[in-house]
Design a protein around this ligand. Structure first.
Ligand code: GDP
Length: 296
């Protein structure tokens, strides 16, 4: 992830450090190049503008330009602002609630929602030693419930038995009841997706949310769709309220525009990255580590 941006930025910043003394116009020129690089990485325009303004305001201070290593100081400022843009503190799935903790997975069809549900379930089971139940609430896509059942078998995670003819709302209720009765720590609800956001999808999600009262509502979005992923996150947040984002297909995304804009545009943290099709291809999202990966 971020390969192209990382290459571009290291080129621009290397040039600055090699110059020794820096003038205001050197910094201004470098920032114009950084701006271009961020836009080419498909970062949202407002986010880029805000980022450049902040870096410039700090970097054009006299202490920076008069220092012995002005280039290094500019790089540090760029790094700090990147971390701030990505959400500083970082964030992971929050299970601090009375069990069974419900986690609702939402997103468009094909975003990787079902795969991510199984990846999270497996991680919580193996790493965090939680007793996890998964349930598919997707009654529209043929075989969606069966897909989750098979994934449950492959990952050795329990799935809610399929009952034909139930509505998503009924399945949500049954899942939460089964999790409570069965002494589960976590119940993961994989909701239906659509090709596009539509009113019916949102209404159904709101109703499921009100039944399951999830502690976490995670939006799964495809990193490769760039700013569309950011818009999808905004729309879901406005309608049902999300607590975090999982960006999938980060393994194939050389640009990284969605990852870079998501937090600043939606105010919601990226909690996890999907980095492949295997069960363990799931990474925590640490803003500081991501920034240092970008700056090389
Ligand atoms: P859903 O319709 O949102 O439930 O999507 P699925 O979970 O069925 O995933 C669609 C396809 O994307 C599957 O082939 C997954 O293996 C693949 N996929 C999901 N997450 C990732 C990821 O992080 N990286 C890659 N490379 N493929 C992924």
């Amino acid at each position: 992830m971020f390969q192209s941006l990382s290459d571009r930025l290291s080129g621009i910043l290397d040039k600055l450090t090699r110059r020794g003394a820096l003038t205001e116009s050197d910094v201004g020129e470098a920032m114009r190049e950084v701006r271009r690089a961020l836009l080419e990485a498909d970062v949202a325009l407002d986010v880029v503008r805000d980022f450049i303004d902040k870096v410039k305001a700090k970097a054009i201070g006299q202490e920076v330009l008069r220092s012995i290593t002005p280039g290094q100081m500019v790089i540090k400022i760029v790094n700090d602002e990147l971390v701030a843009m990505l959400g500083s503190e970082g964030s992971t799935i929050d299970l601090h609630a009375t069990p069974p903790v419900a986690i609702m997975m939402v997103g468009l069809q094909g975003s990787g929602k079902t795969t991510t549900t199984a990846k999270i379930a497996k991680r919580l089971t193996d790493r965090d030693k939680k007793k996890v139940l998964m349930a598919s609430l997707d009654v529209r896509r043929p075989a969606a419930q069966e897909q989750l059942r098979v994934l449950g078998e492959q990952t050795s995670v329990d799935t809610l038995p399929i009952v034909a003819g139930q509505t998503p709302q009924q399945i949500a209720k049954r899942a939460v009841d089964a999790a409570r009765l069965g002494g589960y720590d976590v119940v993961l609800l994989d909701t239906a997706g659509r090709i596009h956001i539509d009113e019916e999808l949102m209404r159904e999600s709101v109703e499921v949310r009100d039944i399951a009262r999830p502690h976490e509502t995670l939006l799964v979005a495809d990193s490769l769709t760039g700013q569309d992923a950011v818009n999808v996150a905004k729309a879901f947040d406005e309608r049902i309220g999300i607590t975090g984002i999982v960006l999938t297909r980060a393994d194939g995304d050389a640009r990284g525009g969605a990852a870079l804009s998501m937090r600043a545009v939606t105010g919601k943290p990226i909690k996890l990255l999907g980095v492949g099709e295997k069960w363990d291809a799931l990474e925590d999202f640490h803003p500081a580590r991501v920034a240092s990966r970008i700056l090389g």
